[in-house]
Design a protein around this ligand. Sequence first.
Ligand code: HEC
Length: 135
Amino acid sequence: MRRLRVAAAAALACATAAAAVPAAQDGLYTAEQAARGEALYDEQCASCHGPIRAIVPEVAALLGDHTFRNTWRGRPLGELFGFIRETMPQDAPETLTPAQTADLVAYILSGNRLAAGETPLPDDPEQLPHVLFER
Ligand code: HEC
């Protein structure tokens, strides 16, 4: 019974959170973060993923194309942060610091044509309530 109530409360919390979650938008990261992210990407990610905006069919999932956007539509930025932190680079997972992960997410946002702003993207997934792309 208790478990049921907890589940109901969690479902309610989710519904409330979903209603309040703003979609990804311009100004979520700074240009400095994206520049650091670009350097890191070239060093640690491009070997498998290719250039962020290029059309290179034979590489791993591209991070700036429509397939990427379709995969991540409606999903929170914190999930992308966690995914990168825990599973990438695929040949050395869990080696990125939170700050490096935030820089990479910033670069991926810029690669998906969301503009930089004044406030840095937080390096804590709990503080990333935004949905990556609108549904
Ligand atoms: C050794 C090869 C390799 C390296 C290096 C690598 N990746 Fe990946 N990555 C993959 C493969 C393969 C997939 C697709 C498989 C999967 O989804 O688990 C993937 C998937 C992803 C995805 C999900 C893509 C989607 O469309 O959902 C993201 C985000 C990502 N990688 C980010 C990165 C970042 C950031 C780096 C650099 C820190 C990186 N990867 C380095 C091989 C790699």
